[in-house]
Design a protein around this ligand. Structure first.
Ligand code: FAD
Length: 436
């Protein structure tokens, strides 16, 4: 019979938020044995975005321990030894299958129990699988997904096994775009399929998307839009051989990678905490409706002060900052000291091939494209402003320098009055850089 363990603080989830929470706890001061991080994964917290980028590079791919947190934000790398040095218990390969917030008890799949005084929920998201919708043949071999390092290892092995073969990427979001690029860099014959009229429709305008689609096409990636995968063929071994599309066409495939979105992992807490917009509802300190229970990262729906709204954000920058905010709030409460409300400016980035973009703010209102968005330029550099109610509320920039990215971040935060669309277009990036 497994025995129980008690901790003052438990962080449930050893992903990005879990790692940044651990660092903040160490900074604020924890006694040895007070804090545990419990994670389903077998490795210490790491920078998840690396999995769809450098982890799959054909040359010198990134591997752990190289990208443990907190290298992504330019901080000290927290190796497994760091946790033991700080007296923080890292409980890995342990899936929690039951959470009872009333008795403050978590139960693992092996039957171990963990009790706490303060709980920080940092369970992140799980990928949406085509088998969830009963798509025919979706459980064939080499139909792969990407969320954790184990998934990335499977994808890497498939890339090695199918050298020079055909890959189909299902989904046109940032995961689909990053994976298509890295599969192409591995010399696979890559086709991307997605139902929308252009890629990344949640952020990109048609004009922004046109640049990336042409750039990808020039690199040899084929793009099939406006249709979806409705089934898969497999050979006698169960290995996928083809993707059947709704429009009746068939794409040969040795590897299929599906990136059609995620779902926040809130299931353990259903009926026990208030929820909103698909996530666990928190205040500006990430405390949930249950006192002493906090939720951060992908699972939290929090007040977005800058827009007087409540939102859930699935981006790495927020997972880091929300974890830090929650820990500051926990320790501040204990010390009786005030902590400022979370005041987050949305920030999202992606990198693929030689491209790199950043986005800050809100992509609402009218979008005004500026700069050189010619995909055949030697060094394309362009962006878009979003203008709402006469104010510049969001900025996207491809190919910006650190200073220029700093300038667009400031602009999105300050929301200055915008010039006319023609003037903004003519001023281009200078509209942002002139304001710093
Ligand atoms: P996660 O980092 O997912 O961590 C959750 C952890 O909880 C995992 O270790 C999980 O195993 C564990 N867990 C879950 N349930 C349980 C349980 N019941 N018991 C025990 N452990 C559990 N964002 C960007 O802004 N830019 C990018 O370029 C970018 N690239 C990405 C690339 C990939 C491949 C992926 C998957 C995501 C990417 N993201 C990117 C999104 C970003 O990584 C996430 O928003 C961030 O990781 C969320 O942090 P989190 O701590 O909430 O969740």
């Amino acid at each position: 019979m497994a025995t129980g363990k008690h901790f003052k603080y438990i962080v449930l989830g050893g992903g990005v938020s879990g790692g940044y929470a651990a660092r903040e706890f160490a900074k604020q001061g924890v006694q040895p044995g007070e804090l545990a991080i419990i994670s389903k994964e077998a490795v210490a917290p790491y920078e998840r975005p690396a999995l769809s980028k450098a982890y799959l590079f054909p040359q010198s791919p990134a591997r752990l321990p190289g990208f443990h947190v907190c290298v992504g934000s330019g901080g000290e790398r927290l190796l497994p030894e760091w946790y033991s040095e700080k007296g923080i218990e890292l409980i890995l390969s342990t899936e929690i299958v039951k959470a009872d917030l009333a008795s403050k008890t978590l139960t693992s799949s092996a039957g171990a129990t963990f009790t706490y005084e303060i709980l920080l929920i940092a369970t992140g998201s799980s990928v949406i699988k085509l088998s969830d919708f009963g798509t025919q043949g979706a459980d064939s071999n080499n139909i792969l997904y990407l969320r954790e390092v184990d998934d990335a290892d499977k994808l890497y092995a498939a890339i090695q096994a199918k050298k020079g073969g055909k890959a189909v990427v299902v989904g046109g979001g940032y995961i689909g775009l990053e994976l298509s690029a890295v599969l192409k860099m591995n010399n696979l014959d890559v086709t991307m399929v997605f139902p929308e009229p252009w890629c990344m429709p949640r952020l990109f305008t048609a004009e922004i998307a046109a640049f990336y689609e042409s750039y990808y096409t020039n690199k040899g990636v084929k793009i099939v839009k406006g249709t979806v995968a409705v089934g898969f063929d497999a050979d006698a071994n169960g290995d996928v051989t083809a993707v059947k599309l709704k429009d009746g066409s068939v794409l040969e495939a040795d590897i299929v990678v599906v990136g059609v979105g995620g779902r926040p992992l809130t299931g353990l807490f259903k009926g026990q905490v208030a929820e909103e917009k698909g996530g666990i509802k928190t205040d500006a300190f990430f405390e949930t409706s249950v006192p002493g229970v906090y939720a951060v990262g992908d699972v939290a729906t929090f007040p977005m002060k800058i827009y007087d709204d409540v939102r859930r954000v699935e981006h790495v920058d927020h997972s880091r900052k929300s974890a830090e905010q929650a820990v500051k709030a926990i320790k501040g409460k204990e010390a009786g000291s005030a902590v400022a409300e979370y005041d987050y400016l949305p920030y999202f980035y992606s990198r693929s091939f030689d491209l790199s973009w950043q986005f800050y703010g809100d992509n609402v209102g009218d979008a005004i494209l500026f700069g050189d968005a010619d995909p055949s330029s030697a060094k394309p550099k362009f962006g878009s402003y979003w203008v709402k109610d006469g104010k510049c509320v969001g900025v996207f920039l491809e190919g910006g320098s650190p200073d220029e990215n700093g300038a667009i971040a400031k602009l999105a935060r300050d929301q200055p009055p915008a010039a006319s669309p023609a003037e903004l277009k003519a001023a281009g990036l200078q509209f942002a850089t002139s304001k710093i």
